[in-house]
Ligand binder design. Sequence first.
Ligand SMILES: [Zn+2]
Length: 247
Amino acid sequence: MIAHQAEALVLRTWPVHEADQIVSLFTRDQGKLKGIAKSSAKSRRRFGGALEPMTYVLASYVEKPRQDLVRLDSCEILSSPLSEPVDYARAAALAFFAEILEETLPDHDPQDSVFRLALAVLDHTRTGHIWLPVTYFGLWILRLMGWMPDIVHCTLCGRSFAREPAYFHIEADGLLCSDHKQPAARVLSSGSLEIAARILHTPVAALATEEWPRGRTADLRRFTMQALERHLERRLHAASALAKLGG
Ligand SMILES: [Zn+2]
């Protein structure tokens, strides 16, 4: 048996047996893993509110040989998303981060850059301020997973978009120029292409000083969600919740 203590983000929980829960954790040192938290639904002494999705915790757990599940002994809250007000929109943003991490990360594969990205966007996800962190996180996940197409040139002919819009299609990777766009392609404005380039070169804290109303970069979010869903080969529940908010 090996005992660990690690920084982690709680992704989701499932009830099992009477009062136990399976917990999916994204640990900094060991990547994503699943643990069993005994009696966590009954006794709140060891876990308190620490098992809410996207809680940043110091997790103590024990690995046993030949067992997939670790034994989760306790979680000390380092930062809880519940320490600030949660409305429907902020809950949808938090659920989006948790679902993307759960679905994209392989088990037992540490991804420190993804961990730092998640902590950075969490810090800026506040009531009334969700659209920058959601857009930033989605775009950076595409980049870090190696799923980001060229956002400067047409995938087919290599022509620079310069100050022109680009076009994307739900069933195809890449961005195309106006000459090569497919039927039913959606448009990504030149303003949103510029913002995408800034997002990929600027810390979220520096962008958070600007106004990010819902309508800003809505086309960029649609592009990002479609690309994520295509690569994951499934619909994202949280993406449709965000789309219902008009984002
Ligand atoms: Zn082209």
